[in-house]
Design a protein around this ligand. Structure first.
Ligand SMILES: Cc1cc2nc3c(=O)[nH]c(=O)nc-3n(C[C@H](O)[C@H](O)[C@H](O)COP(=O)(O)O)c2cc1C
Length: 174
């Protein structure tokens, strides 16, 4: 293992081993819809149902979430790499144009939710924790949708991947 690099470089290198499910965080309405690809999504509690997301202050969606006080988290399937790339600006697209070509709906909060996502969390903004570069947004989940048969898109070592199930755990008996 390499241990001579600056801590920031080492941090990035080590974090690449943390495989993450890929989501699109979306907020706003009509031409003011904004969204970004994110792996910094985490369950906070189930009662009440809450999750947190970490959004760069420079992201277009950052201030829209703060302004509308709601957002959606849309978990992408393993056939949605192109969508992940678009919402990460890897195709150069910005603004509401990223939402074109897909079906979006509204559930409870009015945030746009992606019909083809394998799971959707519709959230009211509950709390926000600003840091130097990112804001941690805590969402109170008011509605979910889920496709149990869907397989998630995963990001690992700067590549999009599809998970390979290893089967049920072999529990020790004794
Ligand atoms: C796989 C992947 C995961 C990402 N995760 C996050 C994240 O959790 N939070 C974040 O702020 N940006 C994340 N980004 C970067 C944003 O998607 C990207 O900077 C996006 O362009 C920001 O939106 P903007 O173009 O509207 O500024 C991620 C990018 C990729 C490719």
């Amino acid at each position: 293992m390499v241990d001579v690099e600056p801590v920031e470089a080492g941090f990035k290198r080590a974090m690449r081993q943390l495989a993450g499910g890929v989501a699109v965080i979306a907020s706003g309405n009509g031409d003011r819809r904004r969204g970004l690809t994110a792996t910094a999504v985490c369950s906070l509690s189930s009662t009440p149902a809450r999750l947190l997301v970490c959004v760069n202050k420079s992201a277009e969606a950052h201030d829209v979430i703060a302004g509308t006080r709601c957002f959606s988290v849309n978990i992408l399937g393993d056939d949605q790499q192109a969508l992940a790339e678009r919402f990460a600006a890897l195709d150069g697209s910005k603004g509401a144009i990223r939402f074109a070509g897909e079906r979006w709906s509204e559930l409870v909060t009015g945030a746009p939710v992606l019909n083809s996502a394998i799971a959707v969390f519709d959230c009211e903004l509950d709390a926000e924790l600003p840091t130097e570069t990112h804001t941690v947004y805590i969402g109170r989940v008011v509605k979910t949708m889920c496709d149990d048969a869907g397989m998630p898109l995963v990001y690992h070592q700067r590549q999009f991947c599809a998970p390979i199930p290893l089967g049920k755990p072999h529990l020790a008996t004794g």
